[in-house]
Design a protein around this ligand. Structure first.
Ligand code: B1M
Length: 210
């Protein structure tokens, strides 16, 4: 469908109205949520990332793209959550301290919701101590950490160590992800699982508690 290309363009333009109109149009044409995401919204975001990197786009513009993306995700959220209804498990997620990127985290949270998990989203820029406290309070089956910066990735390792120090490492499965994170890194820091995208994260989460 030509909507995919138009959606990607609208994301790059940071045009929230156009993104939401096209997303709705795609749904009306029976395009799948997965295709609207991957071939439209995320394809556009990839271009934004490349342009940002080489200095063709700047923070205010990239923020507009992120807002447009969020608008579309709000339209898609109820459709994802229509799936399974009974609770599969409890999932907690946070973007680590120092890191303000939340689109990937939100997507992962949405997909877990859609798979029937109870989801607790702690938000962005969450300190190690606050994550540990929240785990003690909510007792999730799986906790997910998202990091988009190479400089904030080490916070994931710190959190795994803090879980050990708190004596609760064996009470929760740790899942990590985000653009700079790798399977190798996940293994090195003693996480239980790694996923490269939101759908794979849900599969991994189910596997870890199954
Ligand atoms: Co930022 N930024 N940014 N940024 N930004 C990146 C990450 C960067 C790669 C851009 C680039 O240079 N090419 C670069 C990082 C370089 C590095 O460290 N290697 C970068 C930089 C440098 C910065 C600043 C430092 C810029 C500056 O100030 N000079 C600054 C840092 C702010 C901070 O966090 N302290 C900054 C700021 C911003 C904005 C605020 C403008 C905005 C964020 C808005 C927001 O999130 N609300 C922004 C954006 C939008 C990006 C890019 C363009 C897009 C990120 C995104 O949302 N992608 C990004 C470029 C890129 O990634 N190519 C970039 C879409 C999203 C769906 O993908 O988050 O990767 P992603 O999530 C994926 C997977 O990674 C995975 O699933 C998702 C998809 O299915 N996943 C998980 C994510 N979390 C997971 C957890 C899991 C499992 C899978 O388990 C728990």
């Amino acid at each position: 469908s030509k909507i995919f290309g138009q959606l990607a363009e609208a994301i790059i333009d940071g045009d929230m109205n156009e993104v939401m109109n096209l997303t709705q149009k795609g749904l009306d044409e029976n395009l799948t949520v997965g295709d609207i995401m991957s071939q439209g919204l995320l394809a556009g975001m990839d271009v934004v990332g490349q342009r940002f990197k080489v200095g063709d786009m700047f923070i205010p513009e990239v923020l507009a793209c992120a807002e447009a993306m969020k608008g579309a995700m709000e339209l898609l959220r109820p459709l994802l959550a229509e799936g399974e209804s009974q609770a599969t498990g409890k999932f907690m997620i946070a973007t680590v301290k120092g890191d303000l990127h939340d689109i990937g985290k939100n997507l992962v949270a949405m997909m877990f919701e859609g798979a029937g998990f109870d989801v607790i989203d702690l938000g962005i820029d969450i300190a190690v101590d606050d994550i540990i406290e929240a785990i003690k309070t909510h007792k999730p089956d799986v906790v997910g950490f998202s990091a988009l910066l190479t400089t904030t990735m080490p916070k994931m390792a710190e959190t795994v160590n803090a879980l050990k120090e708190a004596g609760i490492r064996d009470q929760v499965k740790v899942l990590v992800g985000g653009a700079p994170v790798t399977k190798k890194y996940a293994e090195e820091i003693g996480a239980d699982g790694y996923a490269s995208n939101a759908a794979a994260a849900v599969d991994k989460g189910k596997e870890l508690i199954g």
